[in-house]
Write a protein that binds this ligand. Structure first.
Ligand code: FES
Length: 112
């Protein structure tokens, strides 16, 4: 198991969860009611699964593909450490991961 911390869109609230290696980050987020829409269900066609990875964790992730980079260009509030959560497969080696829910996601259902 590994630990994932979601920092809510208000920057204050946090949800810490355990996740199975091999899980997709978007699925973990949605299972814990984080407000990530994931409209295209991981087909890299929407960018509504955008998260901002904590700087200290970003470099430990496999790099984004060119297609993911292209889709991130369309996401609102993109930062240097932005990723599409549907493209992040959790591994035991990651140990722990902290991601921020973009404030642009606040109008969706779920914890703020
Ligand atoms: Fe659509 Fe990730 S769910 S790009």
């Amino acid at each position: 198991m590994m630990r994932v911390t979601f920092v809510h869109a208000d920057g204050k609230g946090r949800t810490e969860v355990e996740a199975e290696p091999g899980s997709i980050l978007l699925d973990v987020a949605q299972a814990h009611l984080m407000p990530l829409e994931g409209t295209c269900e991981g087909q890299m066609a929407c960018s509504t699964c955008h998260v901002i990875v904590a700087k200290e964790d970003f470099d430990r992730l496999p790099p984004a593909s060119e297609m993911e980079e292209d889709m991130l260009d369309l996401a609102a509030g993109v930062r240097r450490t932005s990723r599409l959560s549907c493209q992040i497969s959790l591994t035991a080696e990651m140990g722990a991961l902290t991601v921020h829910i973009p404030s642009e996601s606040r109008n969706m259902q779920g914890p703020r």
